[in-house]
Design a protein around this ligand. Structure first.
Ligand code: ADP
Ligand code: F6P
Length: 319
């Protein structure tokens, strides 16, 4: 393969730029040319192509967001639009594509692969919701951002003898809540993988108060319910002083952590090595500290593994 395209799709994630840089520079060093595609799949349909050079990716390794922009493109679900996309890429001389994104973006990549256009996926999402890889690019940074906020909120919560519910992102996945809840010393972590009723939550917070905890931190994954709804229930049903904070999109921004930059660089390097050998229809990931690649369809069909061991430990150390 002599010419490849690269795009970022779905929600942005810190470290996407480091992955773009790695792909561009590795490809050019391997004798390939690279076309940057703007705004995800929409950009292929709009022919928003730009030639990437070594210097196009200077000074971006430390930046959050994505220099290629990102988008959610509803048209790309339609097979006829996927055909147009392939025709547009072929017209531009693009022979293979690197897609940086999450589960949805990989389904788009899978559709292109099935239609015979070689595609390699790099997992870039703060949600860490892809089963085949231990970590996705952006997760580590997003967790650190949440943690900083949780630490600050804890200061005011404990000063006021209050319980604060902190709602974090993750779509249907509870990893951000689980990891930051443990690292932030939460009294209770509420995630979609372990359904708790509002009554169970109330009981657990009352018990914590009876055991002498004068304040508390509840980390709630957005996939369960809204923090406001839970706050209103607890205010109605208990005498505890409760506040709620939704961390929102700050979790997606900011300079990527060392871990995300390294991971993104390794993923980009590996993705190009596959396309260089004309291998498509793959996604790259990390398993037990080793960079791996897998068939897209197989990877997307894997059931998500939930870290029950971490959840159990959190229940013990929060006593
Ligand atoms: P993420 O990649 O972060 O999970 P989305 O789920 O929003 O984000 O998906 C990003 C984009 O990927 C969608 O806007 C669409 O363009 C494309 N996409 C998602 N699912 C499919 C699908 N089943 N077939 C084709 N394209 C898809
Ligand atoms: O997939 C990343 C993510 O930030 C999810 O955690 C969240 O549910 C969603 O995207 C928010 O999307 P939007 O930026 O469209 O509000």
């Amino acid at each position: 393969m002599k010419r490849i395209g690269i795009l970022t799709s779905g929600g942005d994630a810190p470290g996407m730029n480091a992955a773009i840089r790695s792909v561009v520079r590795t490809a050019i060093c391997s004798g390939m040319s690279v076309v940057g595609i703007e705004r995800g799949y929409q950009g292929i349909l709009d022919k928003a192509f730009r030639e990437m050079q070594m210097r196009s990716v200077s000074d971006i390794v430390q930046r959050g967001g994505t220099i290629l922009r990102t988008a959610r493109c509803m048209d790309f679900h339609k097979p006829e639009c996927q055909d147009i996309a392939i025709a547009n890429m072929r017209e531009e001389g693009i022979e293979g594509l690197v897609v940086i994104g999450g589960d949805g973006s990989f389904r788009g990549a899978e559709a292109l692969s099935v239609k015979g256009f070689p595609t390699v996926g790099i997992p870039g999402t703060i949600d860490n919701d892809l089963a085949y890889t231990d970590y996705t690019v952006g997760f580590h940074t997003a967790c650190n951002t949440c943690l900083e906020a949780i630490d600050r909120i804890r200061d005011t919560s404990s000063s006021h003898d209050r319980i604060t519910i902190v709602e974090v992102m993750g779509r249907h996945c509870g990893d951000i809540a689980l990891y930051t809840g443990i690292a932030g010393g939460a009294e209770l972590i509420i995630i979609p993988e372990v359904p708790l009723t509002f009554s169970e939550i109330k009981k657990s917070l009352i018990e914590a108060s009876q055991k002498g905890k004068s304040s508390g931190m509840v980390v709630l994954a957005e996939g369960v319910c809204g923090a406001d709804e839970l706050m209103r229930f607890l205010q109605r049903e208990t005498n505890l002083s409760i506040r709620a904070t939704v961390l929102g999109h700050q979790q997606r921004g900011g300079s990527p952590s060392m871990r995300d930059r390294l991971l993104a660089t390794q993923f980009g390097y590996h993705a190009v090595s596959l396309l260089k050998k004309d291998i498509g229809n793959r996604v790259v990931g990390i398993s037990k500290e080793k960079i791996i690649d897998l068939d897209i369809m197989e990877a997307l069909a894997m059931p998500r593994k939930f870290r029950k061991d971490l959840y159990k430990m959190a229940g013990v150390v929060s006593q």
